[in-house]
Write a protein that binds this ligand. Structure first.
Ligand code: VGL
Ligand code: ZN
Length: 413
């Protein structure tokens, strides 16, 4: 279900001022950066490839090839183009290609682990951008189609060398005939319905939220089984460290995201409902969770005799954290380390904002004073537990609230 954006060979030697410049690269970097930032934000993996030749590569004129020496390993010409933004994200992958002196290939799939990377990210859909349209872009696109990926070519984010004018148009026609979709990056962004969906569209539909969580759990079980089988017999005290880093696994992070984004929406729905069935000045709206939670913990609503209040107070840690984790996933996913030691676990630091400090005293965390001083606390989720817990929690919570509402409106419990 996942998508990847492949940024092909956007390197200094292929840009204006380089030894083998493609055309109009001056107008490439800015829109490309935009697509990259959008991708990371929307959990689309970004694969950066680099032409990475030894100094005596067979494609060089000095060795009887067609090209001037370019993109020589370790030289400044082989660096990413000036201004190209490589985000610091677990979703960014770097691939060096054509680094074998005797073999010559334009495709980013040949002699690299690109296919493996894409498969392990569960990518089925790739978009191609970069340089040069009729060489490395074309070859990579045709290979991707051959491997069975769905391929889009982002026509405004590719640049040709066009040794003969028209070369790149011929290549584009060939890519299209082979099954690629040609479209602009703007069209691609707009048409990209990312695996995680647009949560706001489902707002206020409890059942859809719960179903989305159930689906995340099913996805989780599948992935967890696969990872455990992969690692199980390899684990001993010496190898444990090497097996960390499943947080890089976009599919895993996606389940996690789905679980927490939907839970966060359920929290909003809950608070809005709570607001409706009571005097609205009494219960705050979802946007004011902190105010509401603080007052609730101080006992402000105890007199209401609503069972849901008791339940929320008991579970304040759980609901406080749902908001926090959701924010971490949204703003700082690389902070979340999903790993397998003997259990699958997610480990990360939860920041404590100023306006949350008071609430921290009600939370079930170690060394509260120290946490407040440092501005964060450590959180570990055992994934086998948290995934099935969450829908149970919400079903219980919502049914208590429904009973409260019934009692309030009919006068009977
Ligand atoms: C390329 C020419 C030589 C490319 C690489 O990246 O398209 N072109 N080597
Ligand atoms: Zn090359």
């Amino acid at each position: 279900m996942n998508k990847a954006l492949i940024i092909i060979d956007v390197q200094r030697d292929f840009c204006e001022g380089g030894v083998l410049p493609a055309r109009r690269t001056g107008s490439l970097i800015k829109p490309l950066n935009k697509a990259i930032a959008w991708s990371v934000e929307h959990s689309v993996a970004c694969i950066f490839t680099r032409d990475w030749h030894p100094p005596d590569h067979c494609s060089f004129t000095s060795q009887g090839g067609n090209w001037p020496p370019h993109c020589v390993q370790g030289t400044s010409g082989a660096e990413f183009a000036k201004g190209l933004n490589i985000p610091d994200s677990t979703l960014v992958i770097d691939i060096e290609k054509d680094s074998n002196k005797a073999s010559m290939s334009y495709s980013a799939f040949e002699n690299t682990n690109l296919e493996h990377e894409l498969r392990s990210l569960d990518v089925i859909d790739v978009a191609a951008s970069g340089i040069a349209t009729e060489y490395c872009v074309a070859a990579t696109v045709l290979d991707a189609l051959r491997y069975g990926f769905k391929v889009s070519v982002l026509t405004d984010l590719i640049r040709p060398i066009d040794v003969k004018s028209g070369d790149s148009n011929t290549a584009l026609a060939e890519m299209k005939a082979a099954g690629a979709t040609l479209l602009t990056s703007k069209e691609w962004l707009n048409s990209s319905i990312v695996r995680l969906g647009r949560h706001e569209n489902f707002h206020n539909n409890v059942e859809i939220r719960l179903l989305s969580i159930e689906k995340a759990i099913a996805d989780y079980h599948l992935l967890a089984q696969r990872h455990k089988a992969k690692f199980q017999d390899k684990i001993d005290e010496h190898t444990v460290l090497f097996l960390k880093g499943l947080g890089n696994d976009i599919a895993f992070l996606s389940c996690f995201k789905e679980l927490f984004f939907n839970s966060r929406e359920l929290l909003d729905i809950l608070l809005t409902k709570l607001n409706k069935v009571t005097d609205s000045s009494k219960f705050q709206t979802s946007k004011k969770f902190l105010v509401f939670a603080r007052e609730m913990m101080r006992g402000k609503y105890d007199g209401s005799n609503l069972a849901i209040i008791k339940f929320l107070k008991t579970n304040i840690m759980y609901i406080f954290q749902i908001r926090k984790v959701r924010n971490e996933i949204k703003n700082n996913p690389s902070n979340i380390d999903i790993r397998y030691v003997n259990k699958l676990e997610a480990v990360f630091e939860v920041p404590i904002n100023n306006d949350e400090k008071e609430l921290v005293q009600y939370l079930d965390i170690e060394n509260k004073d120290e946490a407040v001083k440092k501005g964060y606390y450590n959180c570990t989720y055992f994934l086998d537990e948290i995934f099935p817990q969450m829908p149970l929690f919400w079903r219980t919570c919502l049914s208590i609230l429904d009973d409260d509402i019934k009692a309030l409106t009919t006068g009977r419990p």
